[in-house]
Write a protein that binds this ligand. Structure first.
Ligand SMILES: C[S@@+](CC[C@H](N)C(=O)[O-])C[C@H]1O[C@@H](n2cnc3c(N)ncnc32)[C@H](O)[C@@H]1O
Length: 350
């Protein structure tokens, strides 16, 4: 209505003064951009780069989304990414503002968090959907669940549907938020299939988060969380854990030298222990392959997410007998066409 029109006029006049920091060229450039947009009829875009004190709460969700989007793009964010972020943070600000709090302030804080600190969206909104689960809790520095890992879960579910229908015993190595264990346990519970998942992680914060998520989704009776590295777990593993039908892992698999080149959104926020796989990215993967034969049931399988350079290196190591107690069943591409998932089993004893 009238009030909104007035607010726009005020905000727009601020916009035209070009007060934002940065070089003159940049400023002029932004202003020219704004004019162009204006002629095309997107009057509200004018305020995008400048509106500092939030008049957000006066806007409809759509308007807020559009403004947020433009602020993000002007700050150098990719369009596709900015689309998602603006949509999610508006919903987040609306949903999470406390009584008496201005949701615009929440939104402004969320935007700044992204623009100034390049914080992953998942950490800003504190939750993320994964596979069949809505709103898994996500907290810095535990790895934000990735879409590739949803594919890993689907592959595991498919493969297990061929197993005989007895209760499953599963080990997840490096559970992080617990995404994999939760999605598997939830799917099998829905299929009325018995399951016990032992989830281990070397990071205490990750163990706490896995536990918290297991409780939130009512899965704590199916998921046991152990704070231990794989080495420690192997040393401590007692009779009650027996052997496993499945070992699943999305281990840290990035070769150390490539860490520097990761996007700051990843590099500066997510736990290096979740990313750094050692010189060729295979440190933990080699450990898993070495320990697996003694931890698996005879028909058991290992499923892992790996770097696309790994399937070849692994199959050579199997052939040369270095890790000869295991063998390849198959490897699978992710949705980007990269070799990303490996399926291994125990080699038949000769
Ligand atoms: C890539 S993250 C995967 C997290 C989660 N499973 C997911 O897919 O979103 C790898 C996890 O492995 C854990 N980790 C690293 N080294 C480990 C080790 N030696 N033993 C157990 N966990 C380890 C890290 O703390 C991290 O949480």
């Amino acid at each position: 209505g009238h009030m909104a029109a007035v607010a726009w006029a005020v905000l727009a006049s601020i916009a035209w003064r070009g007060v934002s920091p940065g070089s003159r060229t940049v400023n002029r450039c932004l202003i020219r951009q704004a004019r162009l947009r204006n002629r095309r009829g997107f009057a509200c875009d004018l305020v995008l780069t400048r509106s500092r004190k939030s008049g957000w709460h006066e806007l409809t969700d759509d308007e807020a989304r559009r403004l947020a989007l433009q602020r993000l793009v002007d700050a150098g964010e990719e369009q596709a990414e900015a689309n998602i972020i603006s949509r999610e943070i508006v919903t987040f600000a609306r949903k999470n503002c406390r009584p008496g709090e201005n949701w615009g302030d929440r939104l402004e804080r969320a935007l700044k968090e992204r623009i100034q600190h390049q914080t992953p969206l998942q950490y800003i909104i504190g939750e993320w959907d994964f596979h069949n689960l809505k709103g898994i809790r996500v907290r810095k520095p535990s790895l934000c669940p990735r879409p590739e890992t949803e594919e890993l879960v689907s592959l595991v579910l498919d493969s297990v549907s061929q197993f005989p229908k007895r209760p499953l015993s599963v080990l997840e190595i490096g559970s992080g938020t617990g995404a994999i264990a939760l999605a598997l346990a939830d799917s099998w519970r829905k299929q009325a299939r018995g399951v016990h998942i032992t989830a281990i992680d070397v990071a205490k914060t990750a163990c706490e988060l896995t536990l918290e998520n297991a409780e939130m989704f009512g899965l704590s009776e199916h998921i046991e969380v152990i704070h231990a590295s794989l080495d420690e777990f192997v040393a401590l593993r007692n009779k009650t854990h027996g052997t496993f039908d499945l070992i699943v892992s999305n281990p840290p698999y990035i070769p150390s030298r490539l860490l520097k080149s990761l996007d700051p959104v990843v590099r500066e926020h997510e736990d290096p222990r979740a990313l750094d796989g050692g010189s060729d990215g295979l440190d933990l993967i080699r450990q898993i392959v070495t320990y697996a034969p003694d931890m698996l049931k005879p028909t058991g399988e290992v499923w892992m997410e790996v770097d696309s350079s790994h399937p070849v290196i692994l199959s050579e190591s199997f052939a040369q007998g270095k890790l000869a107690r295991m063998e390849f069943v198959s490897y699978h591409k992710d949705f980007n066409g990269h070799d990303r998932f490996v399926r291994l089993r125990r080699r038949e004893s000769p």
